[in-house]
Design a protein around this ligand. Structure first.
Ligand code: ADP
Length: 327
């Protein structure tokens, strides 16, 4: 009985996790506080006192000098901390990314191994069953190839080795190739009944100088996100293009959960994913929008997002119109 009471009195064991990155940040903050912020604040106080109580010209000059020194010192330290924090957060995201990708690669590999073993052992005698098995093998290897291709593509972009073959093309060609890709994804996922894609291109849009394949891939990436993040029972995706001054604006809007305001500037960073229990849990690696951003920037364009929680998201891809004198 006593033993039971003893056990009840003890707090439940909480599993401990060692977060290396958080520990590094804590250590850095302590070091900065001890060796930089405290002397900086003291210097600022001395400067202020000299300015208030000193009457001679050289006192005032001295005070201003001390205060500027302290301000530069504190600004430098703050910038270093922000820089290191960003680096540490990127390292953490990278580690999570590697873990996620390894897991995603292992899943098809496991089923490939299982089906190969089944065939090797000759356990399947029925021809239809063998064909079914080979179909699965082919699908899984396609999935693996697509994943590896995407990673290699990203590596090429990061290394600055992605080459874009620019052509002068209509906006319709680029948008329609992406919409076709989206429609086949809708079909493959059996979502025809719940998905509505509305395509609306303004008349007389100027031509654009782009690598049509890369730009269509970028648009398809944003459209696939719209498909993934919208509610399972109603997926409304609108694709529009208009001319604005000397630019073409392609907008992809959806009726999804939206993106919190404070996350909007970060979603284009590599590996960054919004983690919010209030939002639907969708599988992903955080590379898609970083790749889109890279492609759009390589074409001297920009991508922005407009969104309110619960009111969907609209991604605007702005591309410079091809100048007529160059044609
Ligand atoms: P992921 O593979 O995680 O989708 P992305 O780079 O494509 O990576 O997107 C980064 C994050 O932006 C996602 O984790 C998601 O939270 C958010 N996001 C992107 N598109 C949408 C959208 N249409 N609606 C809501 N959230 C989105």
């Amino acid at each position: 009985m006593e033993q039971v009471a003893d056990l009840a009195a003890k707090p439940a064991m909480v599993p401990r996790r060692y977060d290396k990155y958080a520990a590094q940040i804590r250590m850095l903050v302590v070091l900065v506080l001890c060796f930089a912020v405290a002397p900086g604040a003291l210097l600022l106080t001395v400067g202020a006192l000299v300015l208030i109580f000193g009457h001679q010209v050289h006192d005032i000059v001295f005070g201003i000098l001390i205060m500027s020194l302290a301000a530069t010192f504190i600004a430098g330290i703050t910038a270093t901390v922000v820089y290191v924090r960003r680096g540490t957060s990127l390292a953490r995201l990278q580690a999570e990314f590697v873990q996620k990708v390894s897991h995603d690669l292992r899943t098809p590999l496991t089923s490939i191994k299982m089906f190969v073993e089944t065939l090797q052992e000759g356990r399947l005698t029925d021809k239809d069953k063998v064909d079914e098995c080979l179909d699965v093998l082919s699908r899984e290897t396609d999935r693996l190839t697509a994943m590896v291709e995407r990673l290699l593509e990203w590596a090429r972009m990061e290394a600055g080795k992605r080459v874009y073959e620019t052509e002068r093309v209509t906006v319709a060609r680029v948008v329609d190739a992406a919409v076709e890709g989206l429609e086949s994804q809708v079909k493959l996922s059996g979502l025809e009944g719940v998905t509505h894609v509305n395509r609306e291109l303004a008349d007389h849009l100027p031509l654009v100088d782009v690598d049509p394949e890369a730009m269509s891939d970028a648009l398809l990436n944003v459209m696939s996100n719209a498909l993934r993040y919208t509610p399972a029972d109603k997926k409304e995706i609108a694709v529009r293009a208009v001319k604005r001054d000397k630019e073409v604006v392609i907008t992809i809007a959806d009726n999804g959960p939206g993106i919190p305001q404070h996350e909007q500037s970060r979603i284009f960073e590599k590996f960054y994913r919004v983690v919010d229990p209030a939002l639907p849990d969708v599988d992903g690696t955080g590379l898609g929008l970083a790749m889109v951003h890279h492609i759009v920037r390589a074409h001297r364009g920009r991508i922005t997002v407009q969104s309110d929680i619960g009111k969907g998201a609209a991604f605007h891809i702005v591309l410079p119109a091809a100048s007529p004198e160059e044609s």
